[in-house]
Structure formats: structure tokens, C-alpha cells
Design a protein around this ligand. Structure first.
Ligand code: B12
Length: 222
């Protein structure tokens, strides 16, 4: 069955690509949503490329994991206040930037927020994109997480206070760097990523009207 340049497969999730002398059998990497195979798939020469191509061209929503790296203990981590005044709470600083970013994503994206200050980070996530924020005090841990997830083949994006101040220090560490407030440039990144053409840098050069900042996705905070 053909549909606007895509072949829609029936139930099975195995596709065979006729690639000249080679015949490649690939299991589609994504479960959930409709299996769609780009008709251009035969242009891709290696299985790895093919799988990446499928990952980059999901037609149903992308999976985005947003991470707030662990903060070093200090007066400002407010542990003293949590123990003394707010028993039962795990942190006083919810990652508002990440919750705002989540609200800026297309409606069909599956977004998860992991705050390392209240839960461990997943070692083998299934996300297409991993976005990591943070202030200067979080940079050592942020760098560890960026390297780890990038090595594992995820498209990693860095943004937030530290990346906005010193974007050049993330060259080679992140696939995409987002500089400044994200209200206008994050939706642009989402569109580009879904089209398979994410840029290395998105930079807000103007100011964001607060009226354009959506209500953060508080429902995603644990
Ligand atoms: C509230 C606040 C605090 C609170 C709570 C912070 C928290 N939530 O964790 C408290 C009082 C605890 C605090 C403490 C500190 N803070 Co403070 N804080 C702020 C303040 C005023 C607002 C932060 C905020 O929530 N903004 C609202 C959200 C929605 O905006 P946002 O985080 O900027 O996110 C937007 C973009 O950055 C982007 N974005 C954010 N994350 C990500 C991630 C990705 C992947 C992408 C693509 C985009 C993206 O999208 C969002 C929407 O546009 C900022 C100044 C400011 N006006 O931004 C300083 C600020 C973040 N703090 C700062 C500092 C230095 C500190 C301290 C280190 C101060 C100190 N000397 O001890 C401590 C450290 C805290 C700790 N635990 O160790 C600096 C950080 C500088 C830097 N480059 O890292 C800032 C920028 C102030 C400044 N101008 O100096 N802080």
C-alpha cells in the first residue's frame, strides 16, 4: 500500500530492503504507532543507517526524555529545609525550565521528565531525543550525562542557564545546543527533528513575550 511516499506495512514489523547485492532484513525499532517504511529506504546502505533513518522519520510522536542533572549539596539544595520543615518532600526546586519545554512539544510527543535530585536516571532509555538542562553548578554531572547518552546513540540536546551562557563549551558533547529562552526556538527544533533535519544550534536573539510561555507540564513532575 502506498501513501504519500511511504509504504504502510501490515501487522509485521520486519522489513526487507533490496540494496543491490545486499539484502537487508531489519526489525523496525519502534513499537507503538503505525509501522511506516519510507519508500526511499533502499537508498540506505547499512543496517545501522537504516535503523537510524527509521528512528529519525517516525511519523507518530517522538519520544523525548528531559533530565535535570543532580545538584551538588549546598545551602541552596535546601536539604536542611526539607528535613526540618518539609518532611516527606524530596526537593524544593522543581525543574521549571524542563516542564516548560515539555509544554512546548507537539501534542503527540511522548515526554518524560527525570529529575536526578529525586530519582535515578535511566541507563537504557528508549527515547529518540534526550534533553539535558542545568545551571553552572550542575555542569560536571550534565557533561557526564551528555557523553553517556550520546555514546549510546541518542540525539542529545542541551539547553538552560549554563548552555545559554557558554554554548561553545558543549561543542562535540551535544548534537544540538539551544541558547536562550526556548518558547520560539524549541518548536522550530521539534519540526526540524521530525523532518530529519535537526540543526546543531538554535539561538534566541530577541525576547520572549511571557504571554507566549505555556503553563509548565507540572503533571510530568514526580
Ligand atoms: C529560581 C532560581 C533559583 C532558585 C531555584 C532554582 C531551581 N528551580 O532549581 C534557587 C533560589 C534555589 C536558586 C539557587 C541558585 N541559583 Co538560581 N536562579 C533562579 C532564577 C531566578 C529562575 C530560574 C527559573 O526557574 N526560571 C524559569 C524557567 C522556566 O526558565 P529557565 O530555567 O531559564 O528555562 C528556559 C530556558 O532556559 C530553556 N531551558 C531550560 N532548560 C532547558 C533544557 C533544554 C534541554 C532545553 C533545550 C532548553 C531549556 O527553556 C525554558 C523556557 O524558555 C534564575 C534567573 C532567571 N531569571 O532565569 C536563577 C539562575 C538560574 N540561578 C543561578 C545561580 C548561579 C544559582 C546558584 C548557583 C546561586 C549560588 N551562588 O548559590 C544557586 C544554585 C542552586 C543549587 N541548588 O545549587 C544562575 C545560573 C547561572 C548559570 N549560567 O548557570 C541564574 C541564571 C541567575 C543568574 N543570572 O546568575 N536559583
Amino acid at each position: 500500500m502506498q501513501e504519500a511516499g511511504f509504504e504502510v506495512l501490515p501487522k509485521r514489523w520486519i522489513v526487507e530492503l533490496d540494496d543491490g547485492p545486499r539484502r537487508i532484513t531489519a526489525e523496525l525499532p519502534h513499537v507503538g504507532g503505525r509501522p511506516r517504511v519510507p519508500a526511499r529506504a533502499s537508498l540506505y546502505h547499512h543496517l545501522e543507517d537504516t535503523i537510524r533513518f527509521f528512528s529519525d522519520h517516525r511519523e507518530d510522536g517522538m519520544r523525548l526524555l528531559l533530565i535535570n542533572p543532580k545538584l551538588p549539596d549546598s545551602f541552596w539544595s535546601f536539604k536542611w529545609a526539607i528535613y526540618a520543615i518539609l518532611p516527606g518532600k524530596r526537593a524544593v526546586n522543581p525543574p521549571l525550565g524542563l516542564a516548560t519545554l515539555a509544554a512546548l512539544c507537539p501534542k503527540d510527543w511522548q515526554v518524560e521528565i527525570v529529575d536526578e535530585n529525586v530519582q535515578p536516571v535511566p541507563l537504557s532509555p528508549t527515547a529518540d531525543i534526550i534533553g539535558i538542562g542545568g545551571m553552572g553548578v550542575q555542569v560536571p554531572r550534565q557533561r557526564e550525562l551528555l557523553s553517556y547518552y550520546r555514546r549510546r546513540g541518542h540525539h542529545v540536546v542541551v539547553g538552560g542557564a549554563a548552555a545559554s551562557l557558554c554554548p561553545e563549551t558543549y561543542d562535540g558533547l551535544a548534537d544540538t545546543i539551544v541558547v536562550g529562552e526556548a518558547e520560539y526556538i524549541w518548536p522550530e527544533f521539534c519540526r526540524d527533528f521530525a523532518a530529519g533535519k535537526p540543526k546543531a544550534l538554535y539561538q534566541e536573539t530577541g525576547t520572549v513575550d511571557l504571554a507566549d510561555s505555556p503553563v509548565p507540564r507540572f503533571d510530568l513532575l514526580k
